[in-house]
Each structure stands twice: as structure tokens, then as C-alpha cells.
Design a protein around this ligand. Structure first.
Ligand code: CP
Ligand code: NVA
Length: 307
């Protein structure tokens, strides 16, 4: 395994499959791993708010026999000008792993370069790989496989879209992104995804027509229209994303057995209608639960002593 968990693009298909398999096992048999990170400490840097990431990491490391330390935006010296490099080197003298939620993706990369201990990306403006690992676990639970399924992401070409593109391409899922004009995924991420998809036999479709993306999909996924840090654009985005709501009509374009996914937090009536997110096709709380198991798998693999 690589030292850090910063992007799924850095992991081989085999390594991603191993993490998903371990996540399944951790979920089935948590007691088998209760001392996997015994006596270890995870520093958790948060420059943005969080419910799922914060609670699942803190609980997860505790369940593995270790402890988490929450370091909020004004708790450490980063906001007073201490460099990322110094922060990383100091933390590595105390702790066994660092999880970081940051604005600039380069910050989490720099933490990884400067810390001798594993660094886990708990969301950056570019990527959200922990979420997608939990999502792959969830899809694999629901369908019993990953390869060959069609995964449609509808909405903003944001950090979720990017990690979904990488994750799907790596495991041989066909992936479609339906985005409004002006909100396409990052072209470098799309280029890299196309290269990866060509290696693993999956199709990549990027379109401004959400119904085309949703057509015959096994998974329909969406995320908020305004991500953390974009609050000033919220009003404009509400207008620009009209027609991109995942509702019963859009779910109707997908395969009959399709599931609905959302990383949460959700805004009912914006990116998703209440009847869909609260309906029988929705698996959003399984996704949220699987953050715990998937991240325990990451910590066991990168920090654990005996697995
Ligand atoms: N999905 C997710 O990462 O949620 P939080 O922002 O609450 O951590
Ligand atoms: N795109 C969202 C994901 C939240 C988990 C954001 O960055 O705010």
C-alpha cells in the first residue's frame, strides 16, 4: 500500500479491492480488529465542518484500540501562519497517523510529503476518497459486484465527482457525469480517468444532459450544489442547477433495480427530492455507516501493526 491515502488514483485496482474486502470483514467481525491500532493516535485536522468524517474517524480509531485528537480550524497554529510542512513534521513526532480535511488539495499533499506517518485525505476541494471507498463498499454490498455496473453522478463536477470518476475507473465500473454547463469536472481528472478506464475496460461519459447520464444506470448519485467554501455562489448555483434534481422522473430513466446514493449532508428539494432520498431505492444511511468500516480498513492497512 502507498504510505498515504490521498487519491484513489494512487491505488491499484488490487489495492482498492483489498480495502473494500477488508471493510466488509471489519463490518462483519469488528471484534477481530479491536487491537489493530492499539496505543496509536490519529491527529484529525479539520479546516471545514464535518459530521460523518469526524465522528466515524474518532469512533473508528477508538474501536481499533487507539485514540483520535480533533484539531479544529482555530485549535492549532496553521491559521496563525505555521507552515503545513512544520505542522506535519511536529505531528509525526507525536502521532501514528494524520487525517486532514482541507480547502486546497495541495495542503493534504504537502502534509503527506512532510509527515513520516500516513496521511489520510478526509476531503479536499479536489477529492473525497474516503467517501468513495465507503461508496464502493456499499455498491458491492447491494449488487455483489462492482465491475460492469453503470454509476451515474448528477450535478456539480466537484470533489465527489472527481473521486467517483477515479474510483469507478479503477474498479471497472462504467461512469457517467451529468453536469450543468460551466460546472464540468476538472479536465485533468477527466483525462486521467479516461486513461485509467481504458486500462480497466470501463466507459466514461461526461455530458450536460442529466437524463442521458442517468439512462440505464444502476446507481444514481448526487451531491450538494454548493460545496463548503462556495457559500457566496449559492444563489447563482440554485438557478444554474435547475433541471439537475434527482427526482422520481430521473430515477425512472435508471435501471429498475437502481439505487440512489448521496454522500450527505443533503438538501431535500434542491439536488434531490424528498421522496427519492427517503424512498426505498435510497441507501444513503448505509453509505454513512460504511464510512466507519471503510476508514477502519484504511487505518488498519496504513497504520495497523498486525494486519
Ligand atoms: N459525507 C461527508 O464527508 O460528511 P461530513 O462533511 O459530515 O464529514
Ligand atoms: N461536495 C461537498 C461534499 C461534502 C461531504 C463539499 O465539499 O462540501
Amino acid at each position: 500500500m502507498p504510505k498515504d491515502f490521498i487519491s484513489l488514483a494512487d491505488y491499484s485496482t488490487e489495492q482498492i479491492r483489498k480495502l473494500v474486502d477488508l471493510a466488509h470483514d471489519v463490518k462483519r467481525n469488528p471484534r477481530a480488529y479491536r487491537d489493530a491500532c492499539e496505543g496509536q493516535t490519529l491527529a484529525m485536522i479539520f479546516q471545514k465542518p464535518s459530521l460523518r468524517t469526524r465522528v466515524s474517524f474518532q469512533t473508528g480509531i477508538y474501536q481499533l484500540g487507539g485514540q483520535g485528537i480533533y484539531l479544529g480550524p482555530t485549535d492549532i497554529q496553521l491559521h496563525r501562519g505555521e507552515t503545513i510542512a512544520d505542522t506535519a513534521q511536529v505531528l509525526a513526532r507525536y502521532v501514528d497517523g494524520i487525517m486532514a480535511r482541507v480547502f486546497a488539495h495541495s495542503d493534504v499533499v504537502e502534509l503527506g510529503v512532510n509527515a513520516s506517518v500516513p496521511v489520510i485525505n478526509g476531503l479536499s476541494d479536489l477529492l473525497h476518497p474516503c467517501q468513495v471507498l465507503a461508496d464502493l463498499q456499499t455498491v458491492s454490498e447491494k449488487f455483489g459486484r462492482l465491475q460492469g455496473l453503470k454509476f451515474a453522478y448528477i450535478g456539480d463536477g466537484n470533489n465527489m465527482a472527481h473521486s467517483i470518476l477515479y474510483g469507478c475507473a479503477k474498479v471497472g465500473m462504467n461512469v457517467a457525469v451529468g453536469h450543468p454547463h460551466g460546472y464540468a469536472p476538472d479536465p485533468d481528472v477527466v483525462t486521467r480517468t479516461r486513461e485509467l478506464a481504458a486500462l480497466h475496460g470501463s466507459a466514461v461519459q461526461i455530458t450536460a444532459d442529466p437524463m442521458e447520464a442517468a439512462a440505464d444506470a444502476d446507481i444514481i448519485y448526487t451531491d450538494v450544489w454548493t460545496s463548503m467554501g462556495q457559500e457566496d455562489e449559492a444563489k447563482e448555483r440554485l438557478k444554474r442547477f435547475e433541471g439537475f434534481q434527482v427526482n422520481a422522473n430521473m430515477m425512472g430513466a435508471a435501471n429498475p433495480g437502481a439505487i440512489f446514493m448521496h454522500c450527505l449532508p443533503a438538501h431535500r428539494g434542491e439536488e434531490v427530492s424528498a421522496d427519492v432520498i427517503d424512498g426505498p431505492q435510497s441507501v444513503v444511511f448505509d453509505q454513512a455507516e460504511n464510512r466507519l468500516h471503510a476508514q477502519k480498513a484504511i487505518m488498519i492497512s496504513l497504520m495497523g501493526r498486525r494486519h
